[in-house]
Structure formats: structure tokens, C-alpha cells
Design a protein around this ligand. Structure first.
Ligand code: HEM
Length: 501
């Protein structure tokens, strides 16, 4: 009697599966090499990819509970080592062993921007390095006055004229926050010739950015179409900017300077110039917009927190600064001072809970990666290492009720509390040589938006079904279980306070 083919196939699959599990447990022959435990899915990596993508933070937390704060998993053929304890993270960020590279960050931006693989990788990385240092200079605290002045004028103007007062006053929170911040930052960064009618395209690319990186789960055709359209508008901007004469002490707008630098590259096609510009725009806008959306969503779900914050803002504007105009003309560092304890605590709290950006490094030399104390793990050339700050920030061992948003958490935290060592959210902006270049400006942007918004408007949140958001956490209104994506089902009614009072 011959067995049907499927019996052979089934037996082969079972044998292959167990062989794989056996081989993946093998350790290097040198007993002194410690290897982080491997996450064992029942079907090799496709299942891990799905679980990882569906709920990145949830996946990491479950793995951490099973395997401890250092573990590894296989993602589409690559080994990813995750480290989520404080000392280990700081070792990775400092990279004192010089065995890690951040090239992946740059290639992520290139991929989402649609830049073709560059024949001369070294020259490309030098170009990106130059562009990033230009951004660093622009957004540095010492230059913040120069840059912040047009930004805040533009922001208040955009907020005041946002077309949602009067009859049509219900608008998607994501569009309200996103459009206002995007327009204001683009105008002050790249000047009035920048095409600000690109927000919708930018926003859809941003929302699908993770899928641009996936082998099988690519974004739908309309997102590629949005990218083509945005890039062609950027092309017109770059072309015009390149003809713009140099200002006496350099260009007035960094966006124009960047466009000129791109145009001066001999081997870059127009599509690649536009793609690189788009990648930089993603670094500049995506995280900040997302953080402000989450901040506003938490406030819309907690009226008491919103009222307490509004009182603090009103007091600071009326008593400490005298008026909104003088607050706007004060230097940016005044907003992180004593006048705004709750606001600054709220900003830290949202960075603690919602930063989706994780620091990923690629191993450039097989090494025993030191993780502080007696901890170390063996990593191989080509592995990815994730410094998972969220693993600390959202961990009950470090922060009481870590998954709950508490506006005053960082005001109340005192030395000796559970969070005593962690008075700041950890590594929300990465660290080491590649720490976020726009972090000071991002904090300023977040504070300023919330101040102007609560000072000028009364806001009421609604779900798409018209139910109030009060008492419903943003996570409950979100389409996705993690803060990687924002709660796009939240709508907001915006009413001017001077009309109401
Ligand atoms: C709340 C908002 C923001 C968050 C949470 C954030 C977070 C991050 C993180 C986690 C990294 C990776 C750091 C690493 O690999 O160690 C990064 C890199 C970067 N960010 Fe931000 N960022 C924000 C806003 C901004 C803004 C407004 C700019 C504007 C210029 C900016 C520009 C950059 C650049 C250029 C890099 C690459 C740095 C490098 O590779 O050397 N970011 N950011």
C-alpha cells in the first residue's frame, strides 16, 4: 500500500521543523560566548514577522517576559537582538566597541523616500552625513531663535485660520494637528516657495512607512501614486531653489540650502534628490506630529487633566509672560522653565508612552557585545541590535502603572520613588553620536502647539461614531493596538474661547 504524497510532505515538514529548532539552539563552540535566547515561533520566521508587525511593542513585551531583557528573534532572514535594560541600552548607544553602525536608519529613510540603491555607498553616506549635520546646525538650540521666530508666527497664524470654526467645526484630530505643524514647519524651514499642498500625500506615505520596508506586505498602489505626486512637487521646489542666489551669509532657509546641495551632486537623478529630501522631511515631521496627536488624544480623554493644564497655561500667559504675544516672543528655553511643570511632565509622559521610533544598529564586526556589569552577548556581522527604550519606559518595574498616561507623573516623581532613577523617559530620542538632531526643537514644537491650542480653543473629542472620547483612552479609539499608528478615529470640535467667554 503506497502512502499518499501528503504524508511524506507532512513528515518532511515535521523533521525540518525540529531540525531547525535543534540547530537554532546550538551555541558557538566557545563556552565563554553567551548568546541571547532565541524566540521560538512554532512555524519559523513568517509567524514572527506577522506577530512583530501586528503589535511591535506587545510582541517585545511578551518576549521580554518569557526570555528576559536580552533576547533575539529571526525577522525575514536576519537575527535581531533586543536589549531592554538601561545599562545595556546605554552601552549600545555609546558603541564604545565600535562594532555597530546606524546605516540602517539612513537606508530606512531612503527606502521610504524611494531612492534607488546608490552605486557608491560610501559617497552616499557622506552626502547624508552632510545633510544631517546641516539639519543639526539649523535646529541647534543656539540657532533656535532664528528658526523659532518664523515658526511660531506661522503656527499661530495656521491655527487661527484653520478652516474648522463656524459651521464645519468637526475635524479629524490627526489632520488638525498634522496640517498645522506640517505647514508651519515647512514654511519656516523651506520658505514660501515650498509646496504645502502636499500634507495629505506626506501623511499617507508616513502612515504606510513601515510597509515600504516589508518584502510581501507592500503599500497599496495609491500610496506609491501619492509618493510620485509629492516627489514631483518637491522636484519643482528643488529646481527653483537651486536657481535661488546665495544669501550673503549663506541661504536664509535650510530647506533651500539642502535643495542646492542635492542639485550639486553629479551622480544623483532628480528622483533620488526628491527621495532624499522626502526622507529628511519624514525625520523632521513624522515623530513630532505623532507625539502631539497622542498628547492631545490623552487630554481629550481626560477632562480633568485638560482643565488643569489649561489653568497652568492661562496662569503662565497672564501672570508670568503678560500675554500670548510676549510668550511667543520669548526665547524657546523659557517654555521648559518653572512656569510649565505640568506641560513639561505631559511632554515627557507622551514621549515615554508613545515613541514608536526605536534605535536599531547593524553589527559590522562579530563581537561579544558588552551590556554593562557581567552582562554580554555574542553578536554576528549583519545582525541587528535594537536598543528598546520602550521596554523600560512601559515597564511596571520602573514606572508605576506604566501603561497609564499620567499628566503629572514627572512633577510628582521624587527621588526614592519607584521611578527615581528614571525621572526622564529613556532614549526616546536615541543616543550617542546619532542621537536625534532635532530633539530640542521637537520639544519646543510640542510645547508651543499645546500652549497655543489650549489658550485659544475649547476642544471636545469624538469618535467616528459621534461618541465622546471622555473616559475612553486613545488606545481604545485607535485602529491599531500600539502607538505606532495614531488614533485616527478621533475627531475634534474646535471652538474659539474668546467667542465662548
Ligand atoms: C518628538 C519628536 C521626535 C522624536 C521622538 C525623534 C526620535 C528620533 C530617534 C529615536 C532617532 C534615532 C536616534 C538613534 O538612532 O540613536 C532620531 C534620529 C533623527 N532625528 Fe529625530 N525625533 C523627533 C523629531 C525630530 C525633528 C523635529 C527633527 C528635525 C530635524 C529630527 C531629525 C532627526 C535626524 C536628522 C535624525 C538622524 C540622526 C543621525 O542619524 O545622526 N527629529 N530621531
Amino acid at each position: 500500500m503506497t502512502s499518499p504524497v501528503y504524508v511524506y510532505v507532512f513528515t518532511a515538514v515535521v523533521i525540518a521543523f525540529w531540525a531547525w529548532r535543534f540547530l537554532s539552539r546550538l551555541r558557538p563552540s566557545d563556552a565563554s560566548l553567551e548568546v541571547a535566547p532565541l524566540v521560538q515561533p512554532y512555524i519559523p520566521w513568517p509567524i514572527t514577522v506577522c506577530r512583530f508587525l501586528w503589535d511591535i511593542q506587545g510582541f517585545m513585551r511578551r518576549c521580554e517576559m518569557c526570555y528576559g531583557p536580552v533576547f533575539r528573534f529571526r525577522l525575514a532572514g536576519t537575527t535581531v537582538v533586543v536589549v531592554s535594560h538601561a545599562e545595556g541600552i546605554s552601552h549600545i548607544l555609546r558603541d564604545s566597541q565600535k562594532c555597530l553602525s546606524n546605516a540602517l536608519n539612513q537606508s530606512i529613510l531612503d527606502t521610504v523616500g524611494g531612492v534607488s540603491p546608490q552605486p557608491d555607498i560610501a559617497a552616499h553616506s557622506v552626502l547624508l552625513g552632510r545633510l544631517i549635520s546641516l539639519l543639526k546646525k539649523t535646529f541647534a538650540t543656539r540657532n533656535s531663535n532664528l528658526f523659532a521666530a518664523p515658526f511660531k508666527q506661522s503656527l499661530i497664524h495656521t491655527l487661527e485660520s484653520f478652516p474648522c470654526q463656524g459651521d464645519v467645526n468637526r475635524v479629524s484630530l490627526a489632520i488638525f494637528v498634522g496640517q498645522c505643524l506640517y505647514d508651519s514647519l515647512c514654511m519656516s524651514f523651506a520658505g514660501p516657495t515650498f509646496p504645502t499642498d502636499t500634507f495629505a500625500e506626506f501623511s499617507s506615505i508616513d502612515q504606510y512607512s513601515v510597509r515600504f520596508l516589508m518584502p510581501f506586505w507592500t503599500p497599496p498602489a495609491k500610496i506609491f501614486q501619492a509618493r510620485r505626486s509629492l516627489k514631483s512637487k518637491l522636484g519643482v521646489f528643488i529646481e527653483r531653489a537651486a536657481e535661488c542666489p546665495d544669501a550673503k551669509d549663506g541661504c536664509a532657509f535650510s530647506g533651500i540650502e539642502i535643495a542646492k546641495m542635492l542639485r550639486a551632486q553629479p551622480n544623483l537623478s532628480p528622483s533620488d534628490e526628491q527621495g532624499i529630501f522626502l526622507g529628511l522631511m519624514l525625520a523632521m515631521h513624522a515623530n513630532t506630529i505623532r507625539m502631539v496627536i497622542w498628547f492631545m488624544s490623552y487630554l481629550l480623554s481626560d477632562v480633568d487633566a485638560m482643565n488643569r493644564l489649561r489653568e497652568e497655561i492661562d496662569h503662565a500667559v497672564d501672570v508670568d509672560f503678560g500675554s500670548l504675544e510676549s510668550l511667543l516672543s520669548a526665547p524657546p528655553h523659557r517654555l521648559d522653565g518653572e512656569a510649565f511643570p505640568l506641560l513639561n511632565s505631559g511632554v515627557k509622559e507622551v514621549l515615554r508612552l508613545c515613541v514608536a521610533a526605536v534605535t536599531v544598529r547593524e553589527v559590522t564586526k562579530s563581537s561579544i557585545l558588552q551590556l554593562g556589569g557581567n552582562h554580554f552577548t555574542f553578536v554576528q556581522n549583519g545582525d541587528y541590535v535594537i536598543a528598546d527604550g520602550y521596554g523600560i519606559n512601559a515597564n511596571d518595574r520602573y514606572f508605576e502603572q506604566a501603561n497609564t498616561f499620567r499628566l503629572d507623573r514627572f512633577v510628582l516623581a521624587k527621588r526614592g520613588d519607584l521611578a527615581s532613577e528614571y525621572l526622564e523617559p529613556l532614549s526616546s530620542f536615541g543616543g550617542g553620536a546619532h542621537m536625534c538632531k532635532g530633539r530640542d526643537f521637537a520639544l519646543y514644537e510640542m510645547r508651543l502647539f499645546v500652549i497655543i491650542c489650549l489658550r485659544l480653543f475649547k476642544l471636545e473629542g469624538e469618535t467616528s461614531k459621534g461618541e465622546s472620547t471622555i473616559g475612553r483612552t486613545p488606545e481604545a479609539v485607535s485602529l491599531w493596538p500600539t502607538p505606532v499608528f495614531f488614533p485616527k478615529e478621533t475627531f475634534v470640535r474646535i471652538l474659539r474661547r474668546d467667542v465662548l467667554e
